[in-house]
Design a protein around this ligand. Structure first.
Ligand code: ADP
Ligand code: MG
Length: 503
């Protein structure tokens, strides 16, 4: 199954009552999140990402890796850390056993959908977890405060949640969410719901916006905050998983249990609701659950890629009800927000990312935060791996493919046309041999912008400007940069052109 969060640590496998479920799943997600933070992305990806939790046998957590080499490596380098992280989870785990998964891959548990990264139902369990483990604790914001511990009281509650809700990504909290114009309204609504769930006017909270703009992040942040603040039973899951659970319940004739467990939550969050378009039975079930919960004064949070009124294909009555509370959209990012996000994310990195590189990324990668983050992570990983500092040049090289994909919109011809228009010269002068200052300077500006806004190489750019040599382009680029430093009117001009071209 696709991982709707796009990150290994956030994966939620189907949680049929199987070898590992509920609090253990959450603990495992937290442990992996913590490790990832501690060792960094590169190391995590190289050694730890393929770990799966197979079972808890007695006091022992059994972790699988696909090869003997990986097993030995993880055992030697991370064994102690894994043990102490497990210990800190207070689930009675005191030892860990790191093994090679049979045939290099953990088998899938029968009767569940294929497991996602990081969790396998594999070897037989020595004891049923739910029965013997301490009661599930409420989800708490990482790092966990001491007060969170005493809060779980009701067995029914914890079981209801742990039975099917997905674990939360420890990185997706309000603290790590960068607020800017495009998302401030959605963020304020999310905060409000987190502070006072089910308050009138905010139920349901409907968050919508394009891919990778922070919907899931905000939902997890709400869930963390609510479960940290009180005893509420919060259940988060993707609409897709909702459907799978529903179908599984139908198949095993346990729809009553499914309904009951759904209705026993205090806060229900369904992510990516657009997935339910065309799935009429699941929609119907969701509609009834929705009504039952709202009537009982419980909070609902839903996300989708479009507003309720634009979600055609959703049943009318559901659409109407979804639009009844608070509808908040997350707009596309602005340059300012992208810079702030990059700054926040670069801060924790082991290598220094020069401000110029951050600006470069914010200019170039405008599609969404996920891509932006991905690009930054790649730069950091690369720098770590090769022990080289990050520079503008290395960034261009390392991100070559991403940049090219983003360049498609701005062509050298467009740049030449816009610049010629702006300085009121003929387009043909971009490639002519004329050297008069009033022609040569705009040409240099166009070359500079071509270098900045496209991923064309210097020789390529030179060719497009009347077959000039790459050293001419290089000279133009540095000359314009120099002038921008010393002449602020000129700099504003160039920036204006850049902005026009980028939109
Ligand atoms: P969506 O669910 O809207 O597709 P996500 O919530 O999964 O997007 O966000 C994609 C990535 O971008 C996540 O890693 C998330 O943490 C990050 N992200 C998005 N918006 C912000 C923000 N405002 N501040 C910090 N990180 C963000
Ligand atoms: Mg999402």
């Amino acid at each position: 199954m696709e991982n709707e969060l796009g990150t290994p640590s956030s994966v939620a496998p189907e949680q049929a009552p199987g070898p590992v479920a509920g609090p253990v799943t959450e603990a495992w997600a937290r442990i992996r999140g913590r490790l990832r933070e501690e060792v960094g992305e590169v190391e995590y990806r190289s050694w730890l990402r393929q770990m799966t939790l197979s079972a808890i046998e007695g006091e022992e957590a059994v972790i699988l890796l696909p090869t003997r080499f990986l097993r030995d490596w993880v055992r030697n380098h991370y064994g102690d850390r894994l043990r102490s992280l497990w210990g800190a989870e207070n689930l009675g785990v005191r030892r860990i056993d790191i093994r090679v998964a049979p045939e290099g891959r953990p088998p899938e548990p029968a009767g569940t959908t294929p497991q996602a990264d990081g969790l396998a139902g594999a070897a037989p369990v020595a004891r049923p977890l739910q029965a013997t483990l301490p009661l599930a604790e409420p989800l708490s914001s990482p790092p966990r405060g001491p007060e969170s511990r005493a809060e779980s009281r009701s067995e029914a509650r914890s079981e209801a949640r742990s039975d099917w809700a997905a674990p939360l990504d420890p990185r997706f909290t309000f603290d790590s969410f960068v607020v800017g114009k495009p998302n401030e309204f959605a963020h304020a609504c999310a905060r409000r719901v987190a502070e006072k769930p089910a308050s009138p006017g905010f139920n349901p909270l409907f968050l919508y916006g394009g891919v990778g703009l922070g919907k899931t992040h905000l939902m997890h942040a709400i869930a963390w905050a609510i479960s940290f603040n009180g005893q509420r039973n919060v259940a988060y899951m993707s609409a897709e998983k909702f459907m799978y659970r529903f179908i599984a319940a139908l198949r095993s004739q346990s729809t009553m249990e499914f309904k009951e467990s759904l209705r026993s939550v205090d806060v229900l969050m369904i992510d990516d609701l657009q997935f339910l378009i065309g799935k009429d039975n699941t929609q119907e079930e969701f509609f009834h659950t929705f009504n039952a919960l709202v009537d009982a004064g419980k909070q609902i949070v839903v996300s989708a890629d479009k507003s309720p009124s634009d979600l055609s294909g959703l049943e009318d009555r559901l659409r109407t009800r979804l639009g009844c509370g608070m509808v908040a959209d997350i707009h596309a990012t602005t340059y300012e927000l992208r810079i702030s996000i990059l700054q926040a994310k670069a801060q924790g990195a082991e290598v220094e990312v020069p401000p110029r590189v951050l600006e470069f990324l914010a200019h170039k990668i405008t599609s969404n935060v996920r891509e932006l983050e991905g690009a930054l992570n790649r730069l950091i990983a690369h720098a770590n791996l090769f022990g080289r500092p990050i520079t503008l040049e290395s960034a261009q090289e390392v991100l070559h493919d991403i940049l090219r994909a983003h360049d498609r919109r701005v062509t050298i011809e467009e740049i030449q046309r816009k610049v010629a228009e702006h300085y009121n010269i003929r387009l043909t002068d971009m490639s002519s041999a004329r050297r008069a200052r009033n022609v040569a300077r705009p040409r240099q500006v166009a070359m500079y912008l071509a270098k900045q806004l496209t991923s064309r190489s210097l020789p390529e750019i030179g060719r497009r400007f009347g077959n000039r040599d790459h050293t001419t382009v290089m000279h133009a680029v540095s000359r314009v940069a120099e002038l921008m430093q010393s002449d602020s009117t000129f700099a504003e001009d160039v920036e204006l052109l850049r902005r026009m071209l980028e939109n």
